[in-house]
Design a protein around this ligand. Structure first.
Ligand SMILES: O=C(O)CCC(=O)C(=O)O
Ligand SMILES: [Fe+2]
Length: 211
């Protein structure tokens, strides 16, 4: 079903942030719908808007992992590890909700991917002042937190538009030296165009480091 290197394969290297790339249209519409359907029908979110899985991630995410591996969007030193991912986090955002700016916790290896489903949103990247401290703080394992004020944003922040079916790939500096977060807003303005958000689901795949 997920056929690597299909016609829509287009990986954009984000030059401003080493280690950041965006795989546009990684999943086509029917693949997105199949995965979304599987997430909803399995009742992954229960009463909340976040769910985590460790170890065996199930057939859909195993297939996604294989697809990512075979498409060679991660550096070879990461792509060859086994398993490629052993932790998944599902986040559901209602229209207008955001995610506090953070660096993923140090207990996760390099090479993190984020798949977007259902709705677009802008992810804001900004360089960290203190990478070690940022990785220790991460963000809470509870509900996605509300975006705090923009007071500490500065000029080097970069908005990356994530569309449904896109996969964002973070490695090296993009994973360790840049925070990522989602502002609380209903509409993102990209190149003068208003892109209205709806309900969005994301799937983050990571690999735990040995303890
Ligand atoms: O929902 C997203 O797009 C990002 C999620 C994220 O950053 C995380 O789970 O660490
Ligand atoms: Fe994250």
């Amino acid at each position: 079903m997920l056929n690597p290197l299909n016609g829509s394969h287009h990986v954009e290297i984000i030059e401003q942030i080493p280690g950041l790339s965006l795989w546009h249209g990684a999943l086509d519409h029917s693949q997105q719908m199949a995965l979304t359907e599987a997430i909803i029908s399995a009742g992954i979110f229960g009463q909340g808007n976040q769910a985590m899985r460790f170890g065996n991630l199930g057939p859909h995410l195993d297939m996604l992992s294989t697809y990512i591996k075979e498409s060679k969007v991660l550096p070879p030193c990461l792509s060859d590890r086994l398993p490629l991912f052993d932790q998944a986090i599902y986040n559901r955002y209602n229209k207008g909700e955001g995610l506090i700016s953070h660096v993923d916790l140090a207990k996760f290896d390099d090479g993190i991917i984020v798949l977007s489903l259902l709705s677009s949103c802008c992810m804001t990247m900004k360089p960290v002042a203190n990478p070690q401290q940022a990785m220790e703080l991460g963000y809470s394992n509870g509900q996605p937190q509300r975006q705090q004020s923009d007071k500490d944003d500065h000029n080097s922040a970069l908005d990356i538009l994530l569309r449904p079916g896109d996969i964002l790939i973070l490695s090296g500096p993009a994973r360790y030296l840049w925070e990522h977060g989602i502002a609380e807003r209903d509409t993102d303005i990209v190149d003068g165009e208003a892109i209205v958000r709806g309900t969005r689901i994301s799937v983050t795949l990571r690999k735990l480091l040995p303890v």
